[in-house]
Design a protein. Structure first.
Length: 225
């Protein structure tokens, strides 16, 4: 008579949790339920995450037959924008499922929308200036306060901040770029960031890239932006 072999068998209530659309700089939490459907002790030996923004903690590392545990997932959204799909990998002693992968997914949204996505001044003659306008609006068309806009490089200057509507659901920011003669550049380009502060910020303001190509520029190491 053959001996009956016992083994653990892991089951997770779902493989994916979609957080949907979310704002920046939030802490999102979710729980995954883990069950041992086998007839031997299930050991959860390790948990790895694919992004430092994600933490995964097991309620227990050993589950007797028919027992349940859970994995607590925490996700720091930071300033992520667009679709994300991270992976949490659980290592087990289940011979048929030595690794189980779970996934938090979602779509990050800025506290404000802006157009264009970056301010590219293009090629500017040495000693000349060029002015571009950035449109900033509330994603849901609601009123907000634009408190400040600051450039990280001295050759870029914010000239004005004006409400685009009477209800202050959008603003225009005029930015001037100066192609200073003799300015050190990165492969002929000046690179900087425009930092926008609003009353919608939750710890981290919105940033927009600034690019300007200087005609006849001397190449050198990048400055501090």
């Amino acid at each position: 008579m053959a001996l009956r072999t016992t083994r653990p068998k892991i089951r997770v209530d779902r493989g994916l949790h979609d957080f949907g659309h979310h704002k920046q700089n939030l802490t999102l939490r979710e729980k995954f339920r883990i069950t041992n459907d086998g007839d031997a002790i299930l050991k959860l030996t390790d948990v790895q995450v694919s992004c430092h923004c994600t933490k995964a903690v097991l309620s227990q590392t050993e589950l007797p037959p028919s027992a349940e545990g859970q994995l607590d997932l925490t996700l720091e959204t930071g300033v992520s924008v667009g679709i994300f799909n991270y992976t949490v990998t659980i290592s087990t002693n289940d011979p048929k499922q030595p690794q189980v992968k779970l996934g938090p997914a979602g779509r990050g949204a800025r506290s404000v929308d802006f157009y264009p996505e970056l301010l590219n001044f293009g090629k500017v003659a040495a000693g000349a200036t060029k002015i571009l306008t950035l449109a900033v609006r509330h994603p849901d068309g609601k009123p907000f306060a634009l408190r400040a806009a600051v450039c990280s490089h001295p050759e870029f200057t914010v000239l004005s901040i004006k409400p685009a509507t009477e209800t202050r659901t959008a603003y225009f920011i005029e930015v001037q770029g100066l192609a200073r003669a003799g300015e050190k550049t990165v492969a002929g380009f000046l690179l900087a960031m425009l930092t926008i502060q609003t009353d919608l910020d939750q710890g981290t303001p919105t940033q927009v890239k600034l690019i300007l190509q200087v005609e006849g520029a001397a190449e050198g190491p990048p400055g501090k932006h």
